[in-house]
Design a protein around this ligand. Structure first.
Ligand code: SF4
Length: 331
């Protein structure tokens, strides 16, 4: 039995009723988020890229700063890459920021933000999910979004890991209002059908949910094994020259500046602290030493401490400088 037939075979609600229930619930309960107050495809696209792998609460201040500085594709296209990375600093997954700028340049060359799914999908850094989200939310086109939240809701509705999330999402897509319909399903996954302990008593489509009826909502979808944690230890050297700090091109994140690791000619002095920092599954323990250097490698540069916020500076470097300024362990 395919997903549509299975949905419609549910004894209490059919898919059409589930769509209506979801729409009413969304109108009543959705969070008021800055990117939901606009139909501007550029702003919606920026928010969707930022929200990949990143929590809503963390994205909001980044989104507001980014839009204030780059209000349209032309402003983003013409900005120095350093400035784009600086405004992205802390969000991680920096290829997203580089692709945003590449895509902004293509949009400028096109003369306007593309208005159909295939043209949006063809921009750098845009996959099926983002193309469906932007084309449905900004232009009202009937493309179902499939993100992690939607996959989880679909698996639970059908009580199966093997369910085709696309079939379920397309069946639940309201063609009269794809923007609201897509956002409702994602919002349900983000706020009610949570990965752990879904809030089924508050769920508008609970009567339609096979996992809920079988009390298996905490077992579906089955958990995937996480990649093994890799523990690493690194030494950073803090070399000051009056009010300037020596920085090196980042080893961990391309395009960012970092504190150097020990290099020929560096003489380590007092240990000023340690801190922990994680990048994906790598857990770093950083040990920071003050140091002096007789020779500075040509790719390094001194930057005034008060100007550090104007360049793309790695989070590890920020923590190391904070650690040194406080002269104590931070984590
Ligand atoms: Fe998710 Fe529970 Fe709603 Fe089913 S009833 S969709 S498990 S929140």
């Amino acid at each position: 039995m395919d997903a549509a037939a299975t949905l419609n075979a549910a004894p209490v609600l059919d898919a059409a009723t589930a769509r209506k229930k979801l729409a009413r619930w969304y109108d009543r309960s959705h969070r008021d988020l800055p990117w939901r107050r606009t139909r501007d495809p550029y702003a919606i696209w920026i928010s969707e890229i930022m929200l990949q792998q990143t929590r809503v609460a963390a994205v909001i201040p980044y989104y507001e700063r980014f839009l204030a500085r780059f209000p349209d594709a032309a402003a983003l296209a013409s900005a120095p890459e350093d400035e784009v990375l600086t405004l992205w600093s802390g969000l991680g997954y920096y290829s997203r920021a580089r692709n945003l700028q590449k895509a902004a340049r293509e949009i400028v060359a096109l003369g306007a933000f593309p208005r159909d799914y295939d043209s949006i999908r063809a921009l750098p850094g845009i996959g099926d999910y983002t193309a469906a989200a932007v084309s449905s939310i900004a232009f009202g086109l009937p493309h179902a979004v499939i993100d992690g939240n939607v996959k989880r809701v679909a698996a639970r509705l059908m009580n199966s890991d093997a369910v085709a999330a696309r079939e379920v999402a397309e069946e639940l897509l309201d063609h009269r209002n794809p923007s609201r319909s897509n956002q409702a399903l994602m919002e349900l996954g983000a706020t009610v059908c949570l990965p752990r302990d879904p809030q089924c008593p508050s769920c508008p489509i609970a009567p339609h949910c096979k996992a809920f009826r079988r009390n298996s909502q905490n077992e579906v979808p089955s958990k995937r094994a996480k990649p093994a944690t890799i523990r690493l230890e690194r030494t950073l050297v803090l070399i000051r020259d009056r009010r300037r700090i020596l920085l090196a091109p980042g080893l961990r994140v391309r395009g960012f500046w970092d504190l150097p690791e020990p290099f020929p000619g560096a003489r380590l002095g007092q240990r000023v602290g340690t801190f922990r920092h994680s990048i994906l599954n790598r857990r770093y323990l950083f040990v920071v030493f003050e140091a002096k250097a007789a020779r500075i490698p040509p790719s390094f540069r001194f930057v005034y401490e008060k100007g550090l916020h104007e360049i793309p500076l790695s989070t590890a470097a920020k923590k190391a400088i904070q650690c040194s300024n406080k002269q104590k362990v931070v984590s």
